[in-house]
Design a protein around this ligand. Sequence first.
Ligand SMILES: Cc1cc2nc3c(=O)[nH]c(=O)nc-3n(C[C@H](O)[C@H](O)[C@H](O)COP(=O)(O)OP(=O)(O)OC[C@H]3O[C@@H](n4cnc5c(N)ncnc54)[C@H](O)[C@@H]3O)c2cc1C
Length: 511
Amino acid sequence: MPGMAQGHALRDAAKLPPPSADIDCDIVIIGSGAAGLAAAWRLAKEGRRDFIVVEGPEPDGNAAGASMAGQACPTGAHYLPLPSMESRHVREMLQDVGVIVGDAYGRQPEFDERVLVHTPQERLLRAGKWYEDLLPDEVDAPAQRAEHQRFARTIEQLKSAVGSDGRRAFAIPVALSSQDAQWRMLDKLSFRDWLTREGYRSAALHWYANYACRDDYGAGYERISAYAGLHYFASRAGEARNAEPGAVLTWPDGLQSLVRALRARIGFAAGSRLDDRTAPRRMSGFAASVQLKGKGVEALIVQQEGGASRTLRIRARHAICAMPLHVAAHVVNDMPGFGFDAATHLPQSAPWMIANFLMRRFPEERAKSPLAWDNVIYAGKGLGYVVATHQLIRVARPEYTVFSAYDALSERSPQEMRRWLETATPTELLGRAAGDLSMAYEHLWPCVERVDITLRGHGMASPTPGYLSNKGLLALREVDGPLQFAHSDLSGYSVFEEAAWWGEVAARRLL
Ligand SMILES: Cc1cc2nc3c(=O)[nH]c(=O)nc-3n(C[C@H](O)[C@H](O)[C@H](O)COP(=O)(O)OP(=O)(O)OC[C@H]3O[C@@H](n4cnc5c(N)ncnc54)[C@H](O)[C@@H]3O)c2cc1C
């Protein structure tokens, strides 16, 4: 469980050893997830060199990946939709790392073929049969079919809907969406209630909407804002010159490849010469305290090695706090002074389980249905599994593959599910992790060589009704001065584009 030991150590911050060294720098970025690295990338791109990234308990955060028997696989985020017109910051990044070829800002940029997900992109197992789409075209049930078509039409309209302020109703990043009350009022009810209000009865459509919320927001649609539920579908309007609408970008190890490419572009200094102020530096360790001091910021960083720990003091002119807010609430001095009261403003955070199954061979498919990149089970407790070697399979089937099974533990409250994670035995975790795969394959286990399970107790913020007007998040977005905040939590939900947006905003303020 990345970060759990360090998180609990923060509760004993008073017991920390006194600082053994002082480090001075212009900017310190605290946290190395997509937000922290996006800030570092922008600073480096604009010629800044004198900054340090404190990596925290998990370098790359939710964009981390792993390797099993030499096969890269994700342990968190695994795909990126085609970037929207508003996601200029992501387009620029993708161009910088070679994923967008040529002009990045047109309606249909050209993407590197190797990262555009190959067909079949997805399939759904329902009543023992695989279907090509997650929302099957119900040919035998005309009433349901009509509802699905009505839903699809509504989403198409919402994709181009514009508010009275001239902005798209549902944009990514969400901060660039229209402020028009016509759309914002959808934040008052749950997505389930919206579907019911609009007369949608189809069980398959309700399953699909619920699945989408669990998949992107870590919670069922009865707990997710209708605005967010619609935003999931309507904001993804990115197009590509060389791919179908709805295509996504993926890598064997998910977004780890993307953040690794960003790191290379940042150009971190090799070795650990933290006093070399002529190159971007990164350091291990986690912040135990961050406070405004004089005209700048002072951060105490704890490094642990072999049971011993030491504390370093960083003194910076500016800091970008790129940690999750539930951590910042413990670490940053006087959060209420920034307008954020943890007791009322912390977004609900969803626990996740990612289980990587190292497969020594490919299991036999029902009715020879071709394995897709994303494979979803209609009645499954989990969210299905993605195939790490999908982009390679066209060439020749590799010897090994990894199936990554995703599960947002959302059937009970996040607190209850976190308690379950803390007390579950390895056998219980494995049983849950294998649930969907066992439904897909009759003879799963002879193909499995090893299973690695990653638990993310506070995986992501869930956009519950009212999240758009969360005063604490709105206040932190505006904090400008020696200390800035940058994390996907500021959006109230968690995707790469949002994390990168807040990194971009914070870095731009310093430039
Ligand atoms: C299971 C899962 C799957 C996901 N899949 C996708 C996907 O496919 N596509 C997508 O776009 N998004 C996905 N997401 C959302 C993902 O969270 C975002 O894409 C993005 O990676 C979040 O980046 P971040 O920087 O906001 O936060 P995080 O990834 O949470 O990074 C936080 C950083 O803060 C550091 N930190 C923590 N405590 C401290 C401390 N005390 N001191 C210093 N540093 C600290 C951590 O080490 C980490 O580096 C997924 C999330 C989860 C949980």
